[in-house]
Ligand binder design. Structure first.
Ligand SMILES: *[C@@H]1O[C@H](CO)[C@@H](O)[C@H](O)[C@H]1NC(C)=O
Ligand SMILES: *[C@@H]1O[C@H](CO)[C@@H](O)[C@H](O)[C@H]1NC(C)=O
Ligand SMILES: *[C@@H]1O[C@H](CO)[C@@H](O)[C@H](O)[C@H]1NC(C)=O
Length: 234
């Protein structure tokens, strides 16, 4: 617990030199649509078509989070991962989910999906090179803050359950661009693997590389130890 508290303090003081809990560091509401990098990944109908388990591929990788002011969220993510051992094997993952979120008093955000999320994995070097699977993970972000970037404007910084920061996301719309906030496809509960991202061992054992992996804060290069993965992501 002491280590964890220290981690929190470190994060709280390192992100932008000051605490992230007070109003001064959440300078606008989280409500709206946020997008990383070149902002080609955006939640809503332009990304996922759940009724067909389909995706529209954006021009570049990245991620987008949307939040309503009455407790709904949606996430759109597109990443490419190259296998460190076989650099020509680039795996692409498109990932979509939505559900309800809670801004907890301890500074974290808990996002609980409706259960209709899914992802598409394309790996030209794998035995099955293209498949779609359910994605139903509760996601815990232990810290978040919103600050003003001099160039990009309002910027949302989320920290994953293990303290890893996501790439900064910029506010592209104060009204959230989202699909309807209800389950949008039928999913058989018996075939869905569910767990929470808090239990990394279970996640890794169950899903191996399939779970959405953290991106680095710079978004350039992350070596995920134990998997020999090099993650390239904006
Ligand atoms: C990378 O490629 C090697 C050789 O094909 C394979 O054994 C290994 O499992 C791959 N790693 C990942 C994370 O896909
Ligand atoms: C903060 O609150 C959330 C929601 O209650 C909980 O899941 C999380 O474990 C808490 N984090 C800490 C560090 O206590
Ligand atoms: C999604 O996960 C939750 C929590 O584990 C579970 O209650 C729910 O049944 C799952 N939904 C589906 C469609 O599997």
């Amino acid at each position: 617990m002491m280590i964890f508290t220290s981690l929190l303090l470190l994060l709280a003081t390192s992100a932008h030199g000051q605490t992230v809990y007070d109003a001064a560091h959440n300078i606008t509401a989280i409500t709206g649509t946020w997008s990383s990098g070149s902002q080609n990944v955006v939640t809503g109908a332009g990304f996922a078509t759940p009724s067909q388990e389909a995706f529209t591929y954006p021009k570049t990788t990245g991620m987008s989070y949307s939040f309503t002011d009455d407790g709904y969220y949606e996430i759109a993510r597109y990443r490419m991962t190259s296998n460190g051992t076989v650099p020509t094997c680039i795996t692409g993952v498109m990932n979509w989910s939505h559900g309800t979120y809670v801004l907890a008093a301890n500074g974290s955000i808990v996002m609980t999906p409706f259960g209709d999320g899914y992802q598409q994995i394309q790996d030209p070097c794998a035995a099955i090179s293209n498949f779609i699977e359910n994605y139903n993970y509760t996601e815990l972000y232990i810290l978040w803050n919103i600050y003003q970037d001099p160039v990009k404007g309002y910027t949302l910084q989320l920290y994953q359950y293990d303290g890893t920061p996501l790439p900064p996301q910029y506010l592209i719309s104060t009204s959230p661009n989202m699909l309807p906030t209800q389950a949008l496809r039928n999913v058989s509960t018996t075939t869905t693997t569910t767990t929470t991202v808090q239990n990394a061992a279970v996640v890794n054992a169950n899903a191996g590389e399939r779970r959405w992996e953290a991106a680095s804060v710079t978004g350039l290069l992350t070596v995920i130890s134990g998997f020999g993965l090099v993650s390239l992501l904006l």
